[in-house]
Design a protein around this ligand. Sequence first.
Ligand code: NAD
Length: 488
Amino acid sequence: MTSAAATGLERGVFVGGSVEPLEGEPQTIRNPATGAVVGRVTSATPEIVDRAVKAAHAAFPEWSRRSISERGAILRAGAEAFAARVDELAPGLVAEQGKTFREAKIELRRAAETLEHYAGLAREVRGIAVHGLDPGVEGRVLRRPLGVVGAIVPWNFPTTLLCNKLGPALLCGNTVVAKPADTTPFTTLRLAEILTEAGLPPGVLAVVPGTGPVAGEALVTHPLVRKVAFTGSTPTGERIAALAARGAKRVTLELGGSDPMIVCDDADLPAAASAASMGRFYNCGQACLAIKRLYVFDAVADELIEAVAQKAKRLRVGIGSEPGVHIGPLHTERQREILEDQLARTLDAGGEVLAGGGRPDDPALANGWFHEPTVVLEPPHDSPMATEEVFGPALPIWRVRDFDEAIALANASPFGLGSSVWTSDLARAEHAAAELDCGYTWINSPTKVYDELPFGGVKASGYGKEHGSEALDHYTDQKAVVVKTAVR
Ligand code: NAD
């Protein structure tokens, strides 16, 4: 069991290139699996946020004037330094977040890969020239960085979700003030230290742990912040967009999701069952992009439902740092309460529990926020599991008559983040890709996100793109220049 005294984890904010001493009224961070104290961290006040933003603003002119290849080289060095420390950082991420050791290592590696991806794009970014606008008149479109970016992320993947923003923002010449979730500050502070040791100039990146209403709103409303890159829940995203309207700040919103998965009668059922189990229970179901509703054709429903329920029953719930554990705890007591409430309201309305359904009875897990992987068959289509985002290990499954019914039900959600379809009929797959109202469709594939492709939702899942070269558009302004040349 980790304790603050044993680990000495007492950390302040990261401003001006180093972690400052603990100050103010610190936040205590607890291990979601054991309740043990992991450490204490400064909870940033508006004054501290102001200091961080001013440092980032002061660092902007020099950073933005460097060549893009130099910024890319610094990002690459940072990515390599971070990747080299995955084994060292993973236990800390497990302790503060609750995920399993394997999941922590995957997350940390993915964070480094994303930085590396954007470092590579340094050699690809091109401007646009328009010749002959008028006789002797040439046009150009310049990409200019925006200035200070406020990056706000949740606790489910603290490092990857931040690196999705840092990669394109820093490459394009912006400076960043990052606010991690108030419960997952430590690995993010280490990330900032490692990037700085690898060459990121002081001030270019600040990390201000703290609460949403205090540190988050101070960042969003700060007059020197030009863009807010937000990942989190839909209600918070809506509030942030409203706050950012003052000053006409740019906003990117990566919000909640309730991704449908459609399994047709000609699908590879074992592969689909594996993808459903992984897609729903990975990270204890706490992922924006996760299979949260499963629709299966009647003709193959019995076989698929049985396979998914069996997989859920076989998953081992436990403390993330222990070997052989597949699923850690929910991140907080509140997250488990929300899940339990959604399940209770759903089951009051109907549905049958095929696996799990409650807290594990292992006394060794009594101090953590654990919940069994749960499968519910046929809850009503207007019940919470169908209409709300379920941010935990619980999967509803419905039988459908045919493809049209599946598409209609899949689209009958306020969210539009991801989706997947399993079929061996190419025409049906293409039809689904065109019809599913969301930002990503996987065909016969687990729901893996690629740095090469744009990622982002529609409807209540937000707007703007991360990943892909498309993300660069969200961290640059495109400026038109007209040149009257001497040559006619
Ligand atoms: P949340 O919205 O409560 O918090 C996210 C972040 O916003 C935290 O850092 C929090 O401190 C901050 N925040 C809260 N209130 C704020 C305010 N008023 N002003 C400024 N900042 C504020 O979300 P959560 O519950 O911590 O995270 C889970 C949610 O995130 C889920 O809905 C999930 O789907 C979503 N998510 C989306 C993506 C995506 O890429 N679309 C990825 C991961 C998670």
